[in-house]
Design a protein around this ligand. Structure first.
Ligand SMILES: *Cc1c(COP(=O)(O)O)cnc(C)c1O
Length: 490
């Protein structure tokens, strides 16, 4: 099965081509028209390790990579790189389960995918006989940036440029990025929010001027979840959580499990939906948003409307009004009708709004529920869970927890935890009723002293690292910035 552009089924690509391109030439996203045709071997799940599950899921989703290629990529990506051998531990908290996705090299759930993506890209480059270097562009709401920088740092034949919203990420997230060493990395702040950074990056992908300037020198690709090579590795942990529940006798074979997902760009939760289509007995997916609740409204009413104030919240990695991956869900819900999707996206670009109706709306609502938590509710949830269960959550996880508290879910429930609390010390301290103070490293120490939860080594070390990146530009300057950086290839 080949990938197709969500906006035109004539634009097809093999999995490796889709990974190299990142985005289709018409601005659509590459997607499989029928993920339900893929069948994960559920009968073997209980006996599979996290690495086994990852290999199985990637082999199904990326069929033009051989089993031995996938094996080498997965082992190289994960072995010894995460805090725990099972990559994503499942922890019981009260009567729910928290799936800790943040035990990777940069303490973000994005590590699960961005540990793999550079190796997928390198293999795809070889497979497709691409001689040019690969120039990776990434817009980040805080966590993709560092995880991508860590993944691509000094990978031969690649260069990476990361854009983040100036003042729109946490102090620790910014410190993680601006201290990133490596001969092939650039980090630049944008005067604007994440949506500006993301739309700026997407515009470069489809810019004829950029294409001409880069011809013969570099091929652009994306480290954002618009790249299917980012999405495919995330499918693993949904199966992994289910396998853990089976092994712990918390559920019986085939029993439905609900997943609560703190959501921004809709990549994480879409990976869960793919897992369901591939055979995972998932019940409902509860899409949890912060005050930027455009997805809550969409899933409840079918109307996507980004014409609303943008809020800076204590969960900055979810401060997003245009959720890219939703396009893939809409494509499946609309029966893979590229023309319809193209019309929705055109309407979104021109009016900031589109509306699903009839079957498409019903198809979306069949699997997804939605709710949101504002900053006050988020902080209260952090305190409540810490006091009741001794478990310390980050702000994004707390959004999901709080939404789950207010939602009647019938099945065993897994809440996905997407970041370490130490990335958002000021908000977490304040949630616990403590004064935060100015210095983010003093905050880290303080949070550690109060809770006894260990500080991840990768975050503790930042304090001693020099700042290497200081660029701040306007959105309109992004293309020029990228082309100047690509000059390094000549
Ligand atoms: C990126 C991110 C999210 C949102 O994930 P999406 O795949 O964009 O929906 C949630 N929490 C944290 C901490 C993140 O970094």
């Amino acid at each position: 099965m080949n990938y197709q552009s969500t906006r035109n089924h004539m634009h097809t690509a093999t999995a490796s081509e889709a990974i190299l391109k990142g985005i289709a030439p018409d601005g659509g996203l590459y997607m499989l028209p029928d993920p339900g045709a893929l069948s994960f071997p559920m009968d073997r799940l209980e006996n599979m390790t996290s690495l086994d599950i990852s290999m199985e899921a990637l082999s199904l989703l990326l069929p033009d990579f051989s089993a031995s290629e996938i094996r080498a990529i997965v082992e190289d990506s994960y072995r010894g790189k995460f805090e725990t051998g099972d990559l994503t531990p499942l922890v019981k908290v009260g009567d729910r389960f928290i799936l800790e996705l943040f035990r990777g090299p940069t303490s973000a759930f994005k590590d699960v995918a961005l540990s793999v993506l550079p190796r997928l890209i390198a293999a795809a480059q070889k497979k497709n006989g691409v001689k040019e270097d690969i120039l990776i562009l990434a817009a980040t709401s805080g966590d993709t940036g560092k995880a991508a920088l860590a993944g691509f740092c000094d990978v031969p034949g690649t260069r990476i440029v990361v854009f983040y919203p100036y003042g729109g990420v946490s102090a620790i997230q910014q410190a993680q990025m601006v201290t990133q060493p490596g001969g092939n990395v650039s980090v630049c702040a944008i005067r604007g929010n994440f949506d500006d950074a993301q739309s700026g990056v997407k515009a470069i992908f489809t810019s004829p001027h950029a294409a001409k300037a880069l011809a013969g020198k570099a091929v652009l690709s994306s480290a954002n979840s618009i790249n299917i090579g980012r999405l495919a590795p995330q499918v693993m942990y949904y199966f992994k959580a289910y396998g853990d529940l089976l092994r712990k006798n918390e559920i019986g074979p085939g029993e439905a499990v609900d997943f609560v997902v703190p959501t921004g760009n809709f990549g994480n939760i879409l990976a869960g939906y793919l897992a369901k289509r591939m055979g995972l007995p998932a019940g409902r997916f509860l899409c949890a948003s912060n005050a930027n609740n455009v997805l809550t409204d969409f899933l409840l009413t079918g109307v996507y409307d980004r014409n609303r104030p943008f809020h800076q919240t204590v969960s900055p990695s979810m401060d997003i009004l245009v959720s890219s991956n939703l396009e893939r869900l809409v494509y499946l819900a609309a029966g893979c009708d590229g023309k319809a999707v193209a019309a929705y996206m055109q309407s979104l670009a021109q009016t900031g709004r589109y509306a699903l109706e009839g079957q498409a709306k019903a198809a979306v609502q069949a699997d997804f529920e939605a709710g949101f938590a504002d900053d006050g509710q988020t902080k209260k949830a952090i305190r409540r869970v810490y006091e009741d269960h001794g478990y310390l959550m980050d702000t994004h996880t707390a959004v999901a927890w709080d939404v789950a508290d207010r939602f009647p879910l019938q099945n065993k429930t897994v809440v996905l935890s997407t970041a370490s609390p130490y990335k958002f010390c000021a908000a977490v301290l304040s949630a616990l009723g403590e004064e935060a103070g100015e210095d983010e490293f003093a905050q880290m120490e303080r949070l550690n002293r109060i809770t006894g939860v260990p500080v991840p080594g990768n975050l503790a070390v930042i304090r001693s690292l020099p700042t290497l990146h200081r660029d701040v530009i306007d959105r309109a300057e992004m293309e020029g910035y990228v082309l100047a950086k690509a000059g390094g290839f000549q």
